[in-house]
Write a protein that binds this ligand. Structure first.
Ligand code: SF4
Ligand code: SF4
Length: 359
């Protein structure tokens, strides 16, 4: 049912418990089924015909944030998300995926985004860079998108945003694996970005940046412009002295490293540079940078809100163990998940907005 490569990874993981302590879903659900090992064991049993891939197994494959914490920890190079994604494809193809997942897929098919709504437009003409907003920021965390555009404007950078910005494929890939529908979305997105003929694409959501930078080329739909995360782009403007934040003390904060910045890009310094420029004194959580614990994703929040809010709560617990007052976030999906359960007397801060306010 899954590829030989994915099965090889599942066969190795099924004997191993070495990364179970890092899985944020296992932490919050306490279910053995939610260790990477157990998911490998399920697929191994299916391949040996000692069990059928059924709805319960499909459900288990969706109880995962695709956060890569297990991959990062694996000293033998095995990758549970590889077989988990392929199992999701199998679940969708065989109509075994949870109803809530199928609803999100239907939303993507009918509206182009997981929310099933008309995506708000941030379209503008500009000749310096193209900004890719992404559906989570556009639909749910619009303040972050507006703040990024304000920052660029205050720097004198003329930013273009596409009208009818196409989906990158990142959401659909998390819902159903790297299937043809995803590569079609990727191809349409790359075409739209290439048609803008601008040298740089500044991507607000690291989930979109990850698929654009790390998948498009292998699908033959490479983006010709340089793809840069918005955090790296803004941090470079700060480093070059093109942004001059007023000195304003905002108290102590901890930066949350979102899953894909942390483990796909190993990008940690830019969010901290933004936080310092916005006036925060930085503390650090124990699980940070490559070891950062996931706080959930927008897709997971869409199909399993209860578990995702628990996972976000687990990240707040990490923060509460520090002396910091504020959780500092520069990713729309992380902001959305963490905003579901902000503890009393703590603050969730969008770093783009905080920096914009300090300019
Ligand atoms: S990813 Fe590595 S550490 Fe985790 S279960 Fe698989 S083999 Fe073990
Ligand atoms: S990708 Fe993250 S959520 Fe999924 S099994 Fe690995 S550690 Fe757990």
């Amino acid at each position: 049912m899954v590829s030989q490569k994915a099965l090889q990874h599942a066969e190795k993981c099924r004997f191993c418990w070495m990364c179970r302590h890092l899985c944020p879903v296992q932490h919050q659900t306490g279910k053995e089924l939610n260790t990477p090992r157990a998911k490998g064991l399920l697929l191994s049993m299916v391949s040996k015909k000692s069990a059928e891939f059924d709805r319960d197994m499909a459900q288990a494959m969706y109880e995962c944030m695709l956060c890569d914490a297990c991959v990062n920890d694996c000293c033998t190079g095995y990758q549970p998300p590889l077989f988990i994604r392929e199992a999701r494809t199998e679940a969708v193809v065989n109509e075994l995926a949870p109803e809530a997942v199928m609803q999100l897929i239907e939303n993507v098919e009918t509206s182009g985004n997981i929310y099933g709504t008309v995506k708000p437009s941030f379209a503008r003409e500009g000749t310096d860079v193209l900004v890719y907003i992404g559906e989570v920021a556009a639909c749910k965390v619009s303040g972050m998108a507006k703040a990024l555009l304000n920052i660029l404007e205050k720097t004198g950078i003329r930013a273009k945003v596409l009208d009818n910005e196409p989906a990158s494929g990142a959401m659909l890939a998390d819902l159903m694996g790297y299937v043809e529908e995803v590569t079609q979305q990727a191809s349409a997105c790359a075409d739209a970005i290439n048609a803008a003929k601008l040298p740089t694409v500044v991507v607000l959501d690291s989930y979109d940046a990850e698929i654009m930078k790390q998948r498009y080329a292998e699908w033959g739909c490479e983006i010709k412009a340089e793809v840069v995360t918005a955090t790296a782009y803004v941090a470079k403007l700060l480093e070059e002295g093109k942004l001059a934040p007023k000195s304003k003390k905002r108290g102590s904060g901890v930066c949350h490293d979102d899953d894909r910045l942390a483990r796909s890009f190993y990008e940690f310094a830019p969010v901290r540079a933004m936080a310092k420029a916005a006036g925060f004194d930085l503390a650090e959580m124990f699980n940070r940078e490559r070891l950062a614990k996931s706080c959930g994703s927008a897709v997971a929040l869409g199909y399993m809100p209860e578990i995702t809010i628990k996972v976000a709560g687990g990240r707040w617990q990490d923060m509460i163990r520090t002396d910091a007052k504020a959780m500092l976030v520069a990713n729309p999906q992380a902001y959305l998940c963490l905003s579901q359960c902000v503890p009393a007397e703590k603050e969730l801060v969008d770093l783009f907005t905080a920096l914009d306010e300090s300019l």
